[in-house]
Structures are given as structure tokens and as C-alpha cells.
Design a protein around this ligand. Structure first.
Ligand SMILES: *[C@@H]1O[C@H](CO)[C@@H](O)[C@H](O)[C@H]1NC(C)=O
Length: 116
């Protein structure tokens, strides 16, 4: 059994109006199960990138996966994939075949800009 925990909010620190919101309580999942962590974004930027990071207990934060705004497919990296729903402004992280090493705090993040 592993526990995935979430920060309440991960501010993006940008001058334009952009937010990402994580509103899910800590989640427990059994090994080998698939779990999806939720994250929503809100922006008026024309170009943006969405990221997921993980930080194990007592460990350092590391990059997992990136989704480009123009990508027509969900980004996939090993057992991790993004559930990118552009219209719903959501980009969940799907973890399949969960392992003990997945126990961590997961952060979603956003960076973007407008090209005129
Ligand atoms: C990602 O996967 C979800 C669930 O299968 C699907 O609803 C969504 O359209 C996919 N997004 C992209 C960009 O392919």
C-alpha cells in the first residue's frame, strides 16, 4: 500500500493570470493498481506546457512528464501518462502498475505565454 499526497496549490509565479489547482485529498493505492491524480489549469495563454513532478518523502523533487498544448495525444513516459483534456482544462497524471517507489507528493505545474 502506498500513499500519494498532494499540495493544496502550486502557484506558478507568473505575471499573467495562470493557475493550476490540485484539489484532491491524499490517496492510497495498492501495488499494481492504476491511479489518476487530478490537476486543473486556467489560462488565456495561447502556448503552454504542463508538467508533473514528484517528491518522495525526504527526497528531492524530480521531473516526471510534460504535456505540450498542441499535442493531440496524451504524453506517455514508462508507467506514467497524462490525461490531457484541453477543453476541460485538466491534465491528470495516470500511474499504472503502481509500485512502492511511487509513494510521494505529486506536484503539477504550468508554464505558458502568448505569441502574438
Ligand atoms: C487523453 O486520454 C483521455 C482518456 O482516455 C481522453 O479522454 C483524452 O481525449 C486524451 N487526450 C488527448 C490529448 O489525446
Amino acid at each position: 500500500l502506498l500513499v500519494l499526497s498532494y499540495p493544496l496549490l502550486f502557484p506558478t509565479g507568473s505575471s499573467t493570470a495562470q493557475t493550476v489547482t490540485q484539489t484532491q485529498p491524499d490517496t492510497s493505492v495498492r501495488e499494481t493498481e492504476t491511479v489518476t491524480l487530478h490537476c486543473k489549469f486556467d489560462t488565456s495563454d495561447t502556448h503552454y506546457y504542463l508538467f508533473w513532478y514528484k517528491q518522495p518523502p525526504g527526497g528531492e523533487m524530480s521531473f516526471i512528464i510534460r504535456q505540450e498544448f498542441y499535442n493531440q495525444e496524451n504524453a506517455t513516459e514508462d508507467r506514467f501518462s497524462v490525461n490531457f483534456q484541453k477543453a476541460k482544462k485538466s491534465f491528470g497524471l495516470r500511474i499504472s502498475d503502481s509500485r512502492l517507489e511511487d509513494a510521494a507528493t505529486y506536484f503539477c505545474a504550468f508554464t505558458g505565454g502568448t505569441v502574438t
